[in-house]
Structures are given as C-alpha cells and as structure tokens.
Write a protein that binds this ligand. Sequence first.
Ligand code: SF4
Length: 369
Amino acid sequence: MTPRDARYPFLAAAREAVTETGVDLGTLVATDEPAVDRGRERVERALLAGRVDSETSDEWRVEDELLSYPIARILVSLLDSPAAVEKYAAAEAKTAIERLKDDLEAAGSELRSTPDANLDRETLIAELGLDGAITPEADTPQPAAAPEWFWIEVGTYLDLATGLGDDWRLVNRELSDGQVRVDREELFRLLRAAIRRRVAEGLPFEGLDEDEGIAAELEAELTDLRRLLSERPAVGEIDFVARELFPPCIENLLQKAEEGVELEAVEGFTLMAFLTGIGMDADEIVAFCRESSLDPDGIRYQIEYLQADRGTQYPPPSCETLSTYGICHNEDDHWKVAGHPLAYYQHQLETTDQNLVDWREQAAVDSGK
Ligand code: SF4
C-alpha cells in the first residue's frame, strides 16, 4: 500500500491494495475503525462541498484514507439517491484531477516530487482505458512534462465531452484526421469526466439491506448524512432578499466570510443553500458575496451541486442540525419561532413592519441598470 493508492483509490492498484490489507469491511465497520469516520466525511464533503479530501488530513493514516473509499461507496449506495451518487462520483473526480495537477507540477520540481505518492498523466490515461486515444501534439515544441496541446480520437472525445456545453460541440473544435485538438486544461476536464464515470461504475451497490450486516452497522453514519440533506421545511416559495431579516446563523456566516475567513464545508453549504432557497441565482449570489472569502468559481460550483433529485434544490440543514455543527446558538430563542432558517426568514418577512427593498432591486439601481 502506497500513499498513491490512498490519493487515487479508484485505480486498479488501489483496489489490489485494499485486498492485500486482508481487512474485512464488515469487521472494520463493526469495530468502528477510523476509516469508517473518514468514509462518512468523504461522502459528506462530496455532497456539501463537491470534493472529498479531508478537512483534517493529518488525522488519518494512509490505510484509513484508502479503506474509506469502499466505505464511502457503501454509504452513498445506501443513501438511495441517484443525485447523491452523481455528486459523489463528480467530487471524487474533481479531487483526483486537482491532485494530478499538483503531481504534474511536482514532477517539474524534484524537491517536491514523491514517487510513491504521485501519479503521472500517462499512467492515469492507461488506467482509464484511454491508452492510444490521447497523444501530446508532436508538431508543436512543448515541454515533455507539461505539454500544452493534445489530440484525442474523435469517438473518445464525443464520449467524454457529452453534456459539457456548447463550447465542446464538434463544430466548435479543430478536427484533423479523426482527432480533436484540446489544450491541457480541456484534457483535464475530459479526464475528470472519465474518472467520474469510473467511480460511478457499479454504484449504487445492489442487494444492500439496510437492516442487515454492514448496512445496519452504518446506521448512525447514514442518519447523519440523511439529516444533512433531506430536511425540507414546509415553506412556500420565497423570492425576496432582505439581509436585515436574515437569521443570525446566516448573518454570522456572511460576516465570517466577509472577514476573509474560509468557511468550512457545512458552513459554505448552509450559506449557499439558504441564499438559493430565498430565490437568488448564481450571478446574484456572486455579487452579493463580492467582498468575502467566497470566490466566484467556488460559489457557482457549489450552486450547481445544490441540485438534488428531480431538479429540486437542497435546502439548508434544520436549526437542530446546525446547532450540532456549532453554527446555531439559538440566539433569542429562535427555535420557538421556527425549526428551520428558511422558515424563520419567511416568518420575519411576514411579520416585519419595515419598508423593505429587495437587495436585487437596490443593486440594480446602484449599478444604474
Ligand atoms: S435557530 Fe435556526 S434560524 Fe435561528 S440562528 Fe439557529 S439555525 Fe438559524
């Protein structure tokens, strides 16, 4: 088992490493080993933040990290939600590509490169079964470690680029001799699609009975994950932005971000889910959070991730859940008013006697639109 197995757990070598540990996953779960906790974190991070790396990476041994992958796959299967599987696979792929970029950068700097932890592009391409379908451009002088241009077989290109948007349509690409020209960043995007597909293969697992065996042992972890994702308050559609009426939990998160502090995954998820829940779109949220630690790309990515099954949005967690995460302090006894930040905000809107202007209207006036 090498650190690379733990960093790229979807590779064949990592699967073999799991087998070689001789660890029985049922026993691992029954004895509540650290890998189980890390597996839960893996899924939680995937669903809330769109990535799977740990917020406390120093806490985990290589073995915990490696074994957390099969545990996470069982957990996400038990969530019984196609959107959760899709988000999980996309988050694994996103994290893997970020790691690959780091590794390629390290390859150019011998001081940082760690052979048994790092991966190279060729190995990944071969692992994904894309050997021979992707080649660096030979005609352009380019550094071997970081070629800028690649040619990819048109069939493979069409397969991987499906759903990526108009820019990826063949009519908008340079095509020659049955191959499509892509730059380095575009290749990363296509590899991400291939990894996402690899991770999603075989998910959700069939035949897991929630009341038996390993699934039953994971009940506490599942309850935690479901609580985070399925607490839909009974509120009608809200479409009004008045920061002065936001509940303290949300105002505190906004202020924290505006002080330049990085929000934790559950904090960022809560804030974005609240802002989308009151009717804001991605552009409005980016403008609203302009002076904060939240970067526009991260905001857009997270909002995309808030899409749950059947096109609905994930709401923020309930007051009770936010209190367990230390985000709610039940200021002014809010729980007596409503059990959910969106319900609380709706109540505030309905009972206020202030003459309020929607922030979006004011922003349009200020910008002269
Ligand atoms: S009680 Fe609910 S709405 Fe009020 S601060 Fe806590 S989480 Fe927010």
